[in-house]
Write a protein that binds this ligand. Structure first.
Ligand code: SF4
Ligand code: SF4
Length: 91
């Protein structure tokens, strides 16, 4: 299951979701909703995400990934420039 908005890309691996619902408990922006049919949480309102990363940290299934489009851009930029890259990674 993948939901994409302009700024935020939230991915939930539904195979790993254990149904703890910590994502909806900790998200103060009400991004998540429980999908009873698929027995998995889903990011219903990713456009409201404020990038606090609490859902990623508290997810008991370790199955949420929150990425920013901006973050991806800067990651690519730093990798290209050679900055921000771990020395072991360069070898
Ligand atoms: S990063 Fe924060 S605001 Fe965004 S979905 Fe997760 S808990 Fe909600
Ligand atoms: S916190 Fe993770 S494991 Fe728990 S319901 Fe949400 S997505 Fe599923």
């Amino acid at each position: 299951m993948k939901t994409v908005s302009k700024q935020v890309d939230i991915t939930i691996d539904s195979e790993k979701c254990v149904g703890c619902r910590m994502c909806s408990k900790v998200c103060f922006e009400n991004v998540y909703q429980w999908d009873e049919e698929n027995k998995c949480a889903k990011a219903k309102h990713p456009e409201d995400c404020s990038l606090c990363f609490q859902c990623e940290m508290y997810c008991l299934g370790n199955c949420i990934e929150v990425k920013t489009v901006t973050g991806q851009f800067f990651d690519a930029f730093y990798r290209k420039s050679g900055r921000g890259v771990d020395q072991n990674e360069k070898a």
